[in-house]
Design a binder for this molecule. Structure first.
Ligand code: FMN
Length: 325
């Protein structure tokens, strides 16, 4: 499937109810992680697609986390087979629920690069498993986020509180200003940047960086993402929890509209969809993207600031992001 076909995957049917399972396991890989995940992906696409199972796979700090959605009996049969795979051990369920399908496509994978020890990750696995066993399950995205947030991060202990964080996703119509913004925010706050690589069902490998900030106005997570990453099922599953999508405009109408079209496809079916914060210094540059957003049913807020220097735009962005949607 090509990049553009991914972009046009329809949102999941909101009325379909599926089993949703997340488990963690210790990775026992001897070779390079990404190559092994590609092999797992090839098997999974072969077996899971006919069964209607959608999957997201994470590797972090020597652990795998897998999020599966589909018919309960098919998932149970697949899990019985997976448990014998010698590439992982000690499978532990951290979330199980019935509900709408949240992953819009068959496969997503993420590798998180951080200096965290396996034991720290393991403590979060044990905590989530205990909460699940006690009948206090999180949602699948919340469980995924809690597991993947390194322990030392600003507000890590409050990741499970629904309203504790404001979340901003930043994409640039051209260039890599979104990554420059996260890097600058992290250096200014003395916080680590988490680098992640995402991929979909084919060799679409995109980077995404994030920083967690404790500000006087509360906790903020800022995620920079390459444009292609918007189409990935994993990204789309998190959009309802993303209050604002910051769009660093280029000023070139065609380029900006191309990004708006990607955003509209990614946000289709997201309930609620994020509020778009378009960034450009010139009021005229906002008219085409604002019209495209309106047509897609998305709320667009123009932020008059220089998108080429997102650091300079941050005060205006932070203020806009504090406004209720
Ligand atoms: C963490 C992890 C996740 C996996 N996920 C899947 C999966 O979702 N579907 C699948 O068929 N195989 C998955 N596998 C691989 C299976 O254990 C098994 O190797 C594979 O299905 C064998 O099928 P094949 O011989 O046709 O490739 C996974 C393996 C690991 C280590």
């Amino acid at each position: 499937m090509s990049d553009s076909q991914y972009d046009s995957l329809p949102p999941p049917d909101p009325h379909e109810r599926v089993a949703r399972l997340l488990y963690a396991s210790r990775a026992t890989l001897s070779g390079p992680v990404y190559a092994e995940m590609e092999r797992i992906r090839a098997s999974a696409l072969r077996h899971n697609l006919p069964l209607g199972i959608h999957t997201a796979l994470l590797h972090q700090a020597g652990w795998f986390v897998q999020w599966k959605e589909g018919p309960a009996d098919s998932i149970a049969a697949l899990m019985a087979r997976l448990a014998h795979d010698t590439r992982h051990a000690g499978l532990c369920t951290v979330h199980a629920s019935q509900g709408p399908r949240l992953l819009a496509g068959p496969w997503s994978m993420a590798i998180v690069q951080c200096r965290e020890q396996a034991a720290d990750f393991g403590r979060r696995v044990a905590l989530l498993a205990a909460e699940q066993a006690a009948g206090r399950p999180a949602t699948p995205p919340a469980a995924w986020r809690r597991l993947s947030t390194p322990a030392g991060h600003a507000g890590a202990a409050r990741q499970h509180e629904p309203g504790a964080f404001r979340r901003l996703l930043v994409v640039a119509a051209r260039g890599s200003g979104s990554f420059a913004l996260v890097d600058w925010l992290a250096r200014r706050a003395g916080q680590p940047v988490v680098h992640r690589r995402y991929a979909g069902a084919q060799d679409l490998d995109v980077g995404t960086d994030l920083v967690d900030l404790a500000t006087v106005q509360g906790l903020v997570r800022v995620v920079a993402m390459a444009r292609r990453g918007l189409a990935l099922p994993l990204t789309r599953a998190f959009l309802p929890d993303t209050g604002h999508l910051v769009v660093l405009l280029s000023g070139d109408a065609e380029t900006d509209l191309a990004l708006l079209r990607r955003i509209a496809r990614a946000c289709a079916g997201a309930a609620p969809a994020p509020v778009l914060l378009g960034v450009a210094p010139d009021p005229a540059a906002h008219a085409p993207p604002a019209a495209a957003a309106l047509q897609a049913g998305l709320h667009y807020v123009p932020v008059l600031a220089d998108a080429a220097h997102p650091q300079a735009a941050w005060p205006a962005l932070a203020a806009a992001a504090r406004q209720p949607a």
